[in-house]
Design a protein around this ligand. Sequence first.
Ligand SMILES: Cc1cc2nc3c(=O)[nH]c(=O)nc-3n(C[C@H](O)[C@H](O)[C@H](O)COP(=O)(O)O)c2cc1C
Length: 125
Amino acid sequence: MSDSDPVGLVTWLSKKLSDYDLAYLHLMRADFMGEQPLDVVTPAREHYKGHLIVNMGYSPQEAQHVVAEGIADAVAFGVPFIANPDLPRRIKEGAELNQADPKTFYTQAREGYNDYPFLEELAPV
Ligand SMILES: Cc1cc2nc3c(=O)[nH]c(=O)nc-3n(C[C@H](O)[C@H](O)[C@H](O)COP(=O)(O)O)c2cc1C
């Protein structure tokens, strides 16, 4: 989704949603088409009073930086979870991540759903 004024929209929503006792606000920092290059995380952090979760293209390293610096409270992962059934372990161990194949997104067969390898399959003992 895109908007003609993403920063204004996020600022307005962040103020408005602060009036509710929500568990968190989860914000995509960009869109898949690259139509929204502006920074919406900073105004969300400034104006939303609750917990802020962000996503969209974060690497584990960038996510750690974002949380350590207080830019957001947490970072969610979507695509990396599709390609890495053991994503938490890989992040914890600093292991390389499988890269997702977008050609198998939204398809109907097994391929792309449950055939990405676990760490053990890459490096058998
Ligand atoms: C194949 C695929 C399906 C998705 N389906 C949904 C969905 O049904 N509802 C939704 O809110 N977001 C959906 N998303 C968006 C993700 O939840 C996430 O916001 C997005 O991939 C950006 O985060 P990431 O860079 O960590 O993947 C989907 C993404 C992908 C790649």
